[in-house]
Design a protein around this ligand. Structure first.
Ligand code: NI
Length: 221
């Protein structure tokens, strides 16, 4: 016999949390699923859950209205309402760790694109509305390039200025909307002058893409 499907109602879905209210008629089930995030369940009613787990295990668990519990990502099960009355709970998933992971992947791709001298790949990492603040220039921010065309021209200019360039010893970190890439730049410019310097970029993100690349580097004295 097919059981009815539990009804999900998504209340919040942003880059930090996903909050879903699950409503179960008696006998209703979620279907088999694997949790991709750590989560908290807040029961909105009392009730009895039926839990099917891999390996054929079946058990029940009591829900108490307002009494939350937490689980780690990776839980694999099919959840049903094993009671005779409707039940409901809120599922609060923490998705921020995954956002940070995707943003860090962007920084790794961005660094690879510099080493590949691939301007299209660089721009694929930049948000629709983006800016670049160079490590030197007349302004407190260095030199500011605003908008995709200006940023693309600045990146192209960097490759023109340095026929040989490598970014090495890189490491990448993401904290909320801010990213940090550390690197060592070794290059030779058109005049044959060798540059070997450590520096970093501070990034601001728009979604998973870079809205601002703000560059800093050591000044050899
Ligand atoms: Ni579940």
């Amino acid at each position: 016999m097919t059981r009815p499907a539990a009804e999900p109602v998504v209340h919040i879905d942003d880059d930090r949390f996903k909050v879903t209210e699950w409503r179960f008629a008696p006998g209703a089930e979620t279907g088999w699923h694997v949790h991709g995030h750590d989560y908290v369940i807040v029961p909105l009613t009392d009730g009895t859950l039926g839990l099917e787990e891999p390996g054929g295990t079946t058990r029940t668990a009591a829900l108490t209205q307002g009494l939350p519990y937490s689980r780690r990502e990776g839980v694999h099960h099919n959840v049903s309402n094993a009671g005779t009355a409707p039940l409901a709970f809120l599922e609060v998933e923490t998705v921020a760790d995954h956002t940070a992971s995707r943003r860090r992947d962007t920084l790794i791709r961005f660094m690879a694109a510099w080493n590949a001298r691939d301007v299209d790949a660089l721009m694929a990492c930049m948000a629709a509305d983006c800016a670049f603040h160079a490590s030197s220039g007349p302004d407190a921010e260095g030199r500011r390039f605003a908008g995709r065309e200006a940023v693309r021209a600045a990146y192209t200019g960097m490759f023109d200025s340095f026929p040989e360039a490598a970014w090495t010893a890189d490491s990448h970190h993401v904290m909320g909307d801010t990213g940090l890439s550390e690197w060592r730049f070794v290059g030779t410019d058109r005049a044959g002058k060798r540059v070997d310097v450590q520096g970093c970029d501070i990034f601001r993100f728009d979604g998973d893409l870079i809205a601002l690349k703000d560059s800093y580097r050591k000044n050899r004295g």
